[in-house]
Design a protein around this ligand. Structure first.
Ligand SMILES: [Zn+2]
Length: 381
């Protein structure tokens, strides 16, 4: 293993905080696993700790057949943000922007560079991917990156654009394990879901505001629009939501690490995947989990509080529910007004707010239905 330290520049040119990358296995094909882009989402960091040990052992045993890059805590800006004694990670305090939005669109510029230099795509998909990656990285390098946040985005893209597989590990407020990916890679995403025992995969071609995963996977679809069908879809990227904020324990982290390694093995990065040492943590095989079901992200409907009050849930997350089924009682503690909020659709109640207090108009839960009913920006703020 070798370690990279990627410093972000402060405005005066001095070295600012650094992104740390751990590199396992032989250089060549790359798989990248990025942890906690939202900084205050802790479950991926513990999974990284388990992955680090497993990857060290696999590397020492000569079982890695490609490079696996692990960013164990990829957002040093967010990790330094404390407000009223609590870590605040989702939004950059300096700009108010979400750390997982607004990644630069590189396809048009990269296609122009490719045409101006290499010119034409050949018959070899690997050679085409390599030439286009160079054009994407050149286009990125040519873009200005003013400020720490933009430098963080560029740093993460520089590490991820060379990768065939990019897994961006997050968590929700309170949720079952679920995935986001793009429709052209739905089969591979379902494979990942099966490896992890995730019951739900949410698919969207363009979920709005350019999140990290789509910036490295959909860019190949966009390159096709400029350069034709010979452009390979060279990167599979998915966002993996490792349940909820407080689901941080060794048992689940070890199982998640095992699931991620199993997927990397299927993708040709690991030769023989030894089971972890007995007694370290029990591993629940994906075979015992329910099948991973793919649903359109546009079919994931919010449950909205019509007035301000406390939330008394009737069901845990992970339940399949029917339209009209009461999910939670919303209660105004002063007036005593109480209303049961019902599911907007048949589907899986897969995520909800951790706080048991809702303001009027707030989305307090998400139910994944079968039919695409929303349009525009599909992700929450
Ligand atoms: Zn997140």
């Amino acid at each position: 293993m070798h370690t990279g330290h990627h410093f972000l520049d402060e405005h005066d040119g001095s070295a600012g905080p650094a992104v740390t990358s751990l590199h396992f296995g032989p250089a060549g094909r790359r798989a990248l696993l990025q942890c906690s882009l939202h900084a205050d989402e802790i479950p991926p960091m513990l999974v990284a700790q388990h992955l680090r040990q497993r990857l060290l052992a696999l590397e020492a045993a000569g079982q890695l057949t490609g490079e696996v890059v692990l960013l164990p805590a990829c957002n040093p800006i967010g990790l330094a943000q404390q407000v009223w004694g609590r870590l605040q990670g989702r939004f950059d305090l300096a700009s108010g922007q979400n750390f997982n939005r607004h990644y630069p669109a590189l396809a048009a510029g990269a296609a122009g560079r490719f045409k101006a230099t290499a010119g034409r795509l050949g018959a070899d998909p690997a050679a085409n991917a390599q030439a286009l990656r160079r054009a994407l990285l050149d286009e990125l390098a040519a873009r200005p990156a003013p400020g720490l946040l933009q430098q963080l985005r560029h740093t993460l893209l520089r590490l991820a654009l060379p990768a065939d597989i990019v897994l961006d590990l997050h968590c929700d407020n309170e949720a079952v394990l679920h995935l986001y990916a793009t429709p052209e890679h739905d089969a591979k995403a379902l494979q990942l879901g099966a490896c992890l025992g995730a019951p739900l995969l949410l698919l969207a071609q363009d979920s709005g505001d350019a999140p990290f995963d789509e910036s490295v996977s959909s860019v190949w679809v966009q390159l096709r629009a400029h350069l034709g069908e010979a452009v390979p879809l060279a990167c599979f990227a998915a966002t993996v939501e490792l349940r909820g904020e407080i689901d941080v324990d060794h048992e689940r982290a070890a199982a998640d690490a095992q699931g991620l390694l199993r997927f990397l093995q299927q993708q040709g990065f690991v030769r023989d995947l030894a089971e972890p040492e007995p007694g370290l943590a029990p591993i629940q095989g994906a075979t015992a989990a329910p099948d991973c079901v793919a649903r359109p992200l546009a079919g994931s409907l919010p449950l909205v509080a019509p007035f301000t009050g406390l939330l008394a849930w009737r069901l845990p997350v992970g339940q399949w529910v029917q339209a009209g089924q009461p999910l939670v009682d919303l209660i105004c503690p002063t007036s005593g007004r109480s209303q049961a909020l019902t599911s907007p659709v048949d589907g899986l109640l897969f995520a909800r707010e951790l706080q048991r207090w809702a303001r009027a108009g707030q989305s307090v839960a998400k139910v994944a239905g079968q039919e695409a009913r929303r349009s525009g920006k599909l992700l929450s703020a």
